[in-house]
Design a protein around this ligand. Structure first.
Ligand code: NAI
Ligand code: 15L
Length: 269
């Protein structure tokens, strides 16, 4: 399946910036929405820029016009006050989904997070890895918001027949930052492979999948993502020599340092 115009919310953030060049195709227009200013389109890019808030229904209605598929990355990406997390991530995602439905967008990819299941114990499913269908065990208000958007995605699939894929993203950065990242890293190139697989899958319905690379120190299962067509080509282990290992306390929970952050306090991590 090929989509001509793809709307990406939160396109100015870390993942959006990494995906912008990677999701470029000659037959594709990327419509990029963010509250923040976005770099102008380069001559070789087929990009449309929308400046506005995903929490605003009129902005979202206009942003969704003539769009074929949506990748929703925008919002608060770490712990924050309950009010802000609720308003931007939960209410905001409902606004995004409503606008997508009204515009007839049938394929939606939602950025969930490992923090929806941050209190799952590493190795709890041994000898298997933690499945993507593992029920939520959020580690923060932020994690609760990610569990809630998965539930919203499920509802909009069941009520309105939209294909909604929620990706429980591990840690998507240029490179892993720490020992935990050797397990949770999603390389930018694999991120693009994963988004492409989510866009290309035939009739995926509603799905929750893990978004990580095929890391040697894997803690979560890629079975569901691979069933959609994702094939990772990267492994965080290539960075292991540069990362201090031998933590005083072994990583016990999926959510790592988020378990230590006070609830509702903006988290600089
Ligand atoms: P980020 O914080 O770098 O980017 C989020 C973007 O959303 C920002 O550009 C921000 O301006 C925009 N935004 C915030 N509120 C908005 C609003 N009301 N209207 C429009 N835009 C708004 O986050 P990052 O790292 O790019 O993550 C993208 C998504 O993936 C987030 O939903 C995050 O929760 C999720 N995620 C990211 C992970 C990672 O490793 N980077 C891991 C797990 C989940
Ligand atoms: C997330 O959900 C955050 O958005 C990102 O900034 C990282 O902290 C990531 O999880 C992680 O767990 O490494």
């Amino acid at each position: 399946m090929s989509y001509h115009r793809i709307l990406i919310t939160g396109a100015g953030g870390g993942i959006g910036t990494l995906m912008r060049p990677r999701l470029r195709r000659p037959d594709r227009v990327l419509r990029l929405l963010d509250l923040a200013e976005l770099p102008a389109a380069a001559p070789e890019e087929r990009v449309e820029i929308v400046h506005g808030s995903l929490t605003d229904p009129d902005t979202m209605a206009a942003a969704c016009r003539d769009v074929d598929a949506l990748i929703h990355l925008g919002g608060i990406s770490r712990e924050d006050s309950w009010e802000r997390v609720l308003a931007v991530n939960v209410d905001g995602t409902k606004t995004v989904l409503d606008a997508a439905r009204e515009a007839g967008i049938s394929r939606v990819v939602l950025a969930s997070s490992n923090h929806a299941v941050g209190y799952r114990v590493v190795g709890e499913a041994a000898p298997n890895l933690i499945a993507a269908e593992a029920p939520p065990r959020p580690d923060t208000y932020y994690g609760v918001s990610k569990a809630a958007i998965e539930a919203l995605g499920s509802l909009y699939h069941s009520r309105f027949g939209m294909d909604v894929i929620c990706i429980r993203i591990g840690s998507c950065f240029e490179r892993p930052h720490d020992e935990r990242g050797l397990s949770t890293w999603l390389s930018p190139d694999d991120g693009a492979r994963l988004f492409e697989a989510c866009l290309a899958a035939e009739n995926p319905g509603f799905q929750v999948i893990w978004g990580v690379s095929k890391n040697a120190r894997a803690i979560v299962s890629l079975e569901e993502a691979e069933a959609l067509g994702y094939r990772s080509a990267d492994d965080a282990e290539q960075f292991a020599a540069d990362i201090p290992t031998g933590l005083a306390v072994e990583p016990t929970y999926v959510g790592g340092p988020f378990l230590e952050t006070p609830l509702g306090k903006p988290n600089p991590l």
